[in-house]
Write a protein that binds this ligand. Sequence first.
Ligand code: B12
Length: 211
Amino acid sequence: MSDILIEIKNAIIDGQNDVVKEKVEAALKQDLNPADILNAGMVEAMAEVGQRFERGESFVPEMLLAARAMQSGLALLRPSLVKVDFKATGKVAIGTVKGDLHDIGKNLVGMMLEGAGFEILDLGTDVAPEKIVAVVKDSSPDIVALSALLTTTMPNMKATIEALKTAGLRDRVKVIVGGAPVTEAYAKQIGAAGFSPNAARAVHVAKDLVG
Ligand code: B12
């Protein structure tokens, strides 16, 4: 892995906002592939931060600083990731489920879908099933994309699908799900139309559903 990617990864882990910005800018100037900067540098860093948290070597403040540094880097990568290819059309309402505040993965999926030509309605984090029902009624998205990073909030994906059923809207929209603890098997079990373990594949899943 190139030195600059290692530097980006370490700066995110250490929550060094300014260093991340400087290094991501430098990497882009060196014409490094934005997908490599994202995956090898940035996403890897968040995985490492999670492992340290799990081992009791770092705590919520460190995760927050790393998340802030990650978001700064992502903002700089955004223009390269969102070069719109107008082939796909469709509207995606995306949000992190109720009780869950993790939004980095959701934002990335939103950016990649936007880059693939989808119109994105970003509902933010901690989105209750009733809110999704209201959005499907009022804005008629083709796809609802739900993110969850906690095993305790994953059941709110199921609750959202149930709420859509109860409101008689289940057939009007395709629900796709993702997030670190979510699996293909879980997606099937709750009746979701699609799942992806990452943002790049989420684009293919979404395109297949509207195609
Ligand atoms: C950063 C972080 C935080 C930050 C979040 C900041 C933010 N703005 O998002 C803060 C500090 C707020 C935080 C808080 C907490 N966190 Co936290 N956090 C993380 C961490 C380190 C990184 C998450 C991340 O951004 N990953 C990078 C992104 C790019 O990856 P991703 O989210 O998985 O997304 C990718 C895919 O999953 C997929 N995807 C994601 N969403 C979607 C949606 C769709 C539709 C599709 C198709 C695909 C898809 O595509 C994405 C891009 O490739 C993870 C560790 C980890 N390994 O996940 C822990 C982690 C998720 N957190 C954890 C915990 C326990 C907590 C807290 C409960 C801690 C506490 N005691 O307070 C709180 C809960 C707060 C809440 N109510 O939500 C645990 C969860 C354990 C579990 N099994 O439930 C983890 C796994 C850490 C650990 N190893 O223990 N956290």
